[in-house]
Design a protein around this ligand. Structure first.
Ligand SMILES: Nc1nc2c(ncn2[C@@H]2O[C@H](COP(=O)(O)OP(=O)(O)OP(=O)(O)O)[C@@H](O)[C@H]2O)c(=O)[nH]1
Ligand SMILES: [Mg+2]
Length: 407
């Protein structure tokens, strides 16, 4: 990539959101003046026209007119998937050609990496996103689509339901995680799966305005983490690009991550190791940090600091020593991303990967079993039934992925 212009040296990310929650998370991109690394490459899919309309109205009521509407893709001829992921998947399957075409027309001259966004508690986002990723990974028709469409990196953000949500939502989440990680045949699906749990993210800052819905703070934090991730792949001294994030984790078969973020840390007060600690305390899912199998750190600092105290070397040394201190034996990298912010504040994103999933799944497993039992007893919930064989593969794929983590 030697002779390209400045913009071409960044990873060209695209955001593909599906479902109501996914759409609301992605809607924040339309409230900003610019989206570095993403530009106009945003698609918000839904099966439910009313959901989309509400999201747009709510957004424009707060921020004025946006061009959200130009990025909307409605698929399927049913109003929503009624919390049944098998329905969401079927609708995406039926409309896959249109979805692909609409994605294509929203991508300008192409993209290098997709960030797929879905909540895992519902039917539309959860049903369609793992399916769309799988179809891309299996290869889209090369006679119909441009070269860039064949060879994209697929990362995903999957959002876990609140702890107090009913069994069906928890069941969906467990199945959604399995399907993001693995195709039905047991091979790898997404190149990287970023997890965040609603209850966990919502309690990060107890100063949140209680008049707001906790989703608002959660959605903002998710986008903040994504912004930091994108910033790590920009023209800095050392760069962590998406290729770096996916290659080692995929090789070791542990490619789920969670972001852990600390922002606006005053560099005159705190040292880097303290900042890493603060970030790790704000991980987006419950986890035992010492079980991390791959770890990345992206430190965003104003130029003046990056040249003096927060250099690539300092960050790398501090990160290695922080990992040792936490008992983390994991490959990974660190980088400094520079802002032209005049304040002395530093933002830190840790991407912690391959950690033991037990603390997260523990909260949902009983509910998962409860709902699975209802399905097995033949209670029809939704139009599409999940066959016993499909169900078994979904569960076995997740169990096998977890067994692999223990090795
Ligand atoms: N973080 C976050 N979670 C949300 C938001 N909206 C809904 N959720 C969660 O998402 C799950 C429900 O999924 P939805 O996104 O509403 O469902 P959907 O993808 O539209 O699918 P259907 O409505 O079943 O067609 C629940 O676990 C909610 O707690 C949101 O704006 N932010
Ligand atoms: Mg919905």
């Amino acid at each position: 990539m030697a002779s390209q212009n400045y913009a071409d040296r960044f990873t060209r990310w695209a955001v593909i959101a599906s479902g109501e929650g996914g759409g609301r998370i992605a809607s924040q991109f339309f409230t900003r003046r610019s989206n570095p690394g993403i530009e106009e490459r945003i698609v918000v899919m839904n099966t439910n026209r009313t959901d989309i309309k509400n999201t747009i109205q709510r957004l424009e009521g707060r921020f004025g007119e946006t061009d959200f509407e130009d990025h909307v893709v409605v698929f399927g001829n049913e109003e929503g998937a009624g919390n049944v992921f098998a329905d969401g998947e079927r609708l995406a399957e039926e409309s896959f050609d249109e979805i692909l075409r609409d994605i294509n027309t929203n991508m300008g001259s192409g993209a290098d990496a997709f960030m797929h966004v879905a909540t895992l508690g519902g039917g539309t986002g959860n049903g369609s996103i793992p399916y769309v990723i799988r179809r891309f990974k299996d290869g889209v028709d090369s006679t119909q689509y441009e070269g860039w469409m064949q060879d994209i990196i697929h990362a995903a953000i999957g959002v876990w339901p609140y702890e107090d949500e009913p069994p069906q939502q928890q069941f969906n989440a467990v199945c959604g995680l399995s399907r993001l990680l693995r195709k039905p045949d047991g091979t790898q699906n997404a190149d990287m799966v970023l997890l965040g749990a609603n209850s966990h993210i919502a309690q990060i800052d107890e100063d949140d305005d209680p008049r707001n819905h906790p989703n608002d703070a959660v959605n903002e934090r998710l986008i903040e983490a994504f912004d930091l991730l994108v910033s790590g792949g920009r023209e800095t001294q050392g760069v962590i690009d998406v290729q770096d994030l996916i290659s080692v984790p995929s090789q070791i078969g542990a490619y789920h991550f969670t972001p852990a973020v600390a922002t606006e840390m005053n560099a005159n007060v705190y040292n880097l190791e303290y900042m890493f600690d603060a970030a790790a305390d704000n991980a987006f899912v419950p986890l035992d940090v010492s079980t991390t199998k791959a770890a990345y750190a992206i430190v965003r600092a104003p130029r003046s600091l990056a040249e003096e105290e927060i250099t690539e070397n300092e960050v790398s040394t501090a990160f290695e020593s922080w990992k040792r201190d936490k008992g983390i034996e994991a490959p990974g990298m660190s980088t400094v991303s520079i802002t032209d912010d005049s304040r002395n504040n530093v933002d830190v994103l840790l991407l912690l990967g391959g950690f033991d999933l037990e603390p997260l799944l523990d909260r949902s497993w009983d509910a998962y079993e409860t709902h699975k039992g209802r399905l097995e007893r033949g209670r029809r919930l939704g139009n599409t039934s999940i066959s016993a064989d499909q169900m078994q593969r979904i569960e076995e794929n997740l169990n096998e992925y977890r067994r692999f983590l223990e090795e």
